[in-house]
Ligand binder design. Structure first.
Ligand code: 13P
Ligand code: SF4
Length: 336
């Protein structure tokens, strides 16, 4: 038997670690807490993770906050409860640390909408343009970019550049168009979008607003223009959460992935949060990628230290430059 740290590696290889048996009597919360200490591991989670994972995370945040936490951690292992591009960003910033993602299949439709080979041709066709890419992209796209941004710093980054600077913005056309409108720019947009934020029904939200005239409608900038136009506030997940904590209203219609409602409700127990309806009857405003991670997979991932994010050093170094630039600009803007 090929055993390491009491783990039968051959058996894990045979059944796949996701299917490894978990003793039903185990308290997974206690086990995960124990492993965090024993392995000097930090658990970073995005707001779109299921509530159990949010409850046990060391840090919950938006993409910028998560990247900043990944940059400053002293842990030996970073367990990333989020999607692949987020864990990949953590690895780019921490080559010597082990970075784990509970389910390696947790991808992102927005990231997938921008393959590096096609984007390379697009970029080559516009050689005088600076490339700003939203962090929701692969390391390959990051390596082709000049500056990375997130939804919380995109406008500030674009505004910091001279007005005559020509810019390609990728991969989210909705966020790019929102910044074009709010900053008066004419950035060239890659035609990508998020499957979750494009599904909201303007008609149903409008009807909901009529039924709840007291409610504020708040939206993530990955939503389509028509939805953003009727929003009272637009921001990243952290900005949306903070808004609901400081704003005086009692009811909110929330146009983003439903996971954030858990934190909103916890932060403001006396307020009502209504998930903005999608344009069909399914739970399409749950991100199927984010929701691939479960408490069970998190436990197994920490136990077996699998699956691990790995990367070619040349790619990592090229992808790191535009992330470093974003982190430096964010420090200058006071976004820490
Ligand atoms: P933020 O949490 O940075 O706003 O990003 C939202 C998102 O869609 C992450 O995939
Ligand atoms: Fe990607 Fe959209 Fe899911 Fe975020 S919510 S991970 S952008 S598919």
């Amino acid at each position: 038997m090929d055993v390491e740290n009491g783990i039968d590696l051959k058996e894990i290889e045979r059944v796949g670690y996701h299917d490894a048996e978990i003793d039903p009597a185990l308290d997974l919360f206690a086990e995960i807490e124990k492993m965090k200490k024993e392995k000097n591991a930090i658990l970073l989670a995005h707001y779109y993770q299921e509530p159990d994972i949010q409850d046990i995370a060391d840090y919950i945040g938006d993409s910028l906050g998560l990247a900043q936490q990944a940059e400053r951690t002293n842990a030996d292992i970073i367990v990333f409860a989020g999607v692949h591009f987020m864990a990949e960003t953590a690895k780019i910033l921490n080559p010597s640390k082990k970075v784990l993602l509970p389910d390696l299949k947790a991808g992102c439709s927005l990231s997938d909408s921008c393959p590096p080979s096609l984007f390379m041709k697009f970029k080559e066709a516009h050689p005088d343009h600076l490339v700003i890419s939203y962090i929701n992209c692969s390391a390959g796209i990051k390596a082709l970019s000049d500056i990375i941004c997130t939804s919380s710093n995109a406008k500030a980054i674009v505004d910091s550049l001279p007005s005559e600077q020509k810019i390609i913005f990728a991969p989210d056309k909705n966020l790019g168009a929102y910044i074009n409108r709010s900053s008066g720019r004419d950035m060239l947009l890659w035609n990508g979008a998020c499957m979750v934020h494009e599904i909201f029904s303007l008609q149903k939200i409008t009807r909901l607003k009529e039924r709840h005239p007291e409610a504020k409608m708040i939206a993530h900038p990955e939503c389509e223009e028509a939805v953003l136009r009727i929003a009272d506030f637009i921001g990243s997940t952290t900005q949306l959460l903070k808004y609901t904590q400081t704003d005086k209203s009692k009811t909110y219609i929330v146009a983003t992935e439903t996971g954030i409602l858990y934190q909103m409700q916890q932060a403001s127990p006396g307020k009502t949060f209504i998930a903005a309806p999608p344009d069909n009857a399914c739970a399409c405003n749950d991100c199927p990628h984010m929701k691939l991670n479960t408490l069970e997979k998190l436990y197994l991932c920490m136990k077996y230290e699998l699956p691990e994010i790995t990367m070619e050093e040349e790619l990592r170094l090229s992808a790191k430059k535009p992330i470093d630039r974003m982190l430096e600009l964010s420090r200058q803007f006071g976004l820490v």
